[in-house]
Design a protein around this ligand. Structure first.
Ligand code: DHB
Ligand code: MG
Length: 221
């Protein structure tokens, strides 16, 4: 197996299940035009998020790390009637571009974008009278994954699904001596997940159009 074959199979999955359409493709172009890294989820991963949303009848979705809104659009299109996505972004310039992208994808009314440090925003949310989130997608700065997860747990219910992106990092998680803060962040997160009695979890390795990586899936007990 090689990267080319993984990409072709990802395209095959996309063609069958995850047609992204021109409006989502446009977000990828906006990322390119702004010289930003192509670190959004792939279309097939977007469809995976939607499938998980369907599994927990997601009405209230929380996303940590909006970036330019690509995954936010997939999530917004999966909420049940009357539902919405709250998405958190610390970088103002990303949030501004994301707002435009959400509008051009016609999901702006389904999304509440909050800007600021996610730990602060999550702490604020604990004292708001919010309904519990059915689905959480963590895809922000890796060193803070443990903090995000622990705060998110308090905002969830039994049966909520918590998903985190980039937890394998092309196998760099195997290096116990890694000095890479992102790797160390997800290593600590994966260990914590494996020991957390409040959730049932596993990690799916992902290959395809993106670098070899992994997505953790946890269901709150
Ligand atoms: C990085 C972050 C991501 O969310 C991703 O999907 C890929 C890479 C990064 O910070 O390196
Ligand atoms: Mg990611």
């Amino acid at each position: 197996m090689n990267q080319n074959k993984f990409e072709n199979c990802d395209q095959y999955i996309e063609d069958l299940f995850a047609n992204e359409g021109d409006d989502l493709k446009n977000i990828i172009n906006v990322i390119e035009e702004n010289g930003l890294p192509q670190q959004s989820v792939s279309a097939s991963q977007g469809k995976f998020l939607q499938t998980m949303a369907a599994a927990c009848h997601a009405k209230h979705i929380l996303e940590i790390g909006t970036f330019l809104g690509y995954s936010t659009v997939w999530l917004a299109r999966a909420v049940t009637p009357g539902g919405k996505v709250i998405t958190l972004e610390s970088e103002n310039s990303f949030a501004e571009l994301a707002k435009k992208n959400l509008q051009s994808c016609n999901v702006a009314e389904l999304v509440e974008l909050r800007t600021g440090c996610a730990v602060d925003l999550l702490n604020n949310m604990l004292s708001e009278d919010l309904p519990p989130f059915d689905l959480v997608f963590i895809d922000a700065d890796k060193p803070a994954y443990c903090d995000y997860f622990n705060l998110c747990l308090k905002l969830c219910r039994k049966g909520s699904i918590i998903i985190a992106d980039n937890v394998i990092r092309a196998g760099k998680v195997l290096d116990q001596n890694s000095k890479d803060e992102k790797v160390k962040g997800v290593q600590a997160f994966n260990k914590m997940l494996s020991e957390c009695d409040l959730v049932t979890s596993t990690i799916l390795q992902t290959v395809g159009k993106k670098e070899h990586d992994g997505i953790s899936v946890s269901v709150v007990k």
